[in-house]
Design a protein around this ligand. Sequence first.
Ligand code: OXD
Ligand code: MN
Length: 588
Amino acid sequence: MKTTNRALQQWLAYCADLMKPDEVVWIDGTEAQLEQLRAEGMSTGEMIKLNQELLPGCYYHHSHPNDVARVEGRTYICCEQQEDAGPTNNWMSPEEARTRVLPLFEGCMAGRRMYVIPYSMGPVGSPLSKIGVEVTDSIYVVLSMAIMTRVGDRVLEVLGENGEFVKGLHSKAQLSEEDRYILHFPQSKEIWSVNSGYGGNALLGKKCFSLRIASTIGREEGWMAEHMLILGVEYPNGEVRYVAAAFPSACGKTNLAMLVPPEGYRQKGFKVWCVGDDIAWIRPGEDGRLYAMNPENGFFGVAPGTSDKTNPNAMASTRRNTIFTNVVRNLDNNTVWWEGMDKNPPENAVDWLGNPWNGKTATVKGAQPNSRFTAPAINCPCISSEFENPKGVPLSAMVFGGRRARTAPLVFESFDWAHGVFVGSAMASETTAAAAGQIGVVRRDPMAMLPFCGYNMGDYFAHWLRMGEVPDPGKLPKIFHVNWFKQDEQGAFIWPGFGENLRVLEWILARCAGEIGAEDTPIGRLPRPEDLNLEGLSLEPEALKALLQVDEALWRQEVEGVAAFYDKFDRLPEELRRQLEALKRRLG
Ligand code: OXD
Ligand code: MN
């Protein structure tokens, strides 16, 4: 065996015995091996090579039509006691998992290969990184993991004889929808995923490990695994201040993480650097500040809507060594296209289902709404110089946000850490296409972690509150809430969003440094109209007023909504109820 790690040897022997692959292949992380796998993937149709002049190193993959999004209804936390999974997670006892789900793995790799992927979440060898090993029968998963994480022999070296790792068992099996399960065992640090080949369900380093399992490890070890992007704003004097921000899936995290400053800011010398677009591991540093690191090595971004206008940095990230999943394939030049890329859809194309598709006459969308690009982080023109920093970056601010048509103003600051935790716990947004299910319904999504918290969310809130109990709370990041999606009476977005969001970040960061004022309202501190830099932006005073308006009647309704949501929780910290009561009182 390739490893001297006994626990790994034993587990792999168990996996092979259970799934009966014809062959076991270790992923060593070399380009030669990956190239061989791409060639094999092409021979089976799993991978399609794209135009290598226009898109060097790029490939196309279709997932099964019934397998295009995360399946929250089939995602379970398998701890011993149901209470520990809490009211927001599906729970299955480890025993039931063994009787109901384990049999689905029996012999599922007969006639197939079992690929063994040792991977590191975070820079290889950093004391803050964690190791996982995923076994899978999918070449697409291997190739995607090699983009999204650091894989191969160098990880085994760090793992050594006695190192700990998270076990990830994945098989496409029959891709059967009825028997699709994504299980997490926080106690034994194991993940089982069966009958799906879609990224969020099958790339086990991402949501399964770096959020669900890592959130439980973080709770034990005193740190936080969060569904947050991380970015740095560089000022003309060279100073960089960092922000982590949580938004529900498909609310523009990747766009914000890679934002291009508006013209006026660029001229002054402002720059924005992307550290991560989806996940942050956040720990207290020796200096009392919180440090955030991105455990991932790539971007698994939603393609539709991404364009040279909305996110040129993401577009540039996808120009080489990228895997595109479920987008349109242009047959004339063997490249890709998706809705929102430009106004020039190909006429001679195949849609995400593989059917002939003509963008000029089509009545159906060509790209699946949750179609993706899987791109290496190093491709990103604005990737931060701190991306590989094993310590992460010190946070000045943490930002929560969602899509709210009416209630939430453009931005507000919480009064203190505990109030900020309350604001995060009450976050709400509309559902999106990233999760299978309804679209356009408002749902509460605390800290954007509803589908990703690996334990009882009441305990999670308590953990957040505990993270604020430090000798010098002044060193903690300040917590804010933003809403880029406020609408006018006609349903049009009032705020232009995208690069202009830097104007809001500038106010946020100035607040953190004590450089600018704010106005107290019942819900938190808001900028006064003159506090936002709106130079070069044509925004009517009326529109600005609407953006900064706190409609107390709507907020009283919001209090009711949060109260009803809190009623679900058996382990809600008293402090959050006090915060809700205090908000109610302030609203009168
Ligand atoms: C994602 C998600 O894919 O949040 O990042 O759904
Ligand atoms: Mn996400």
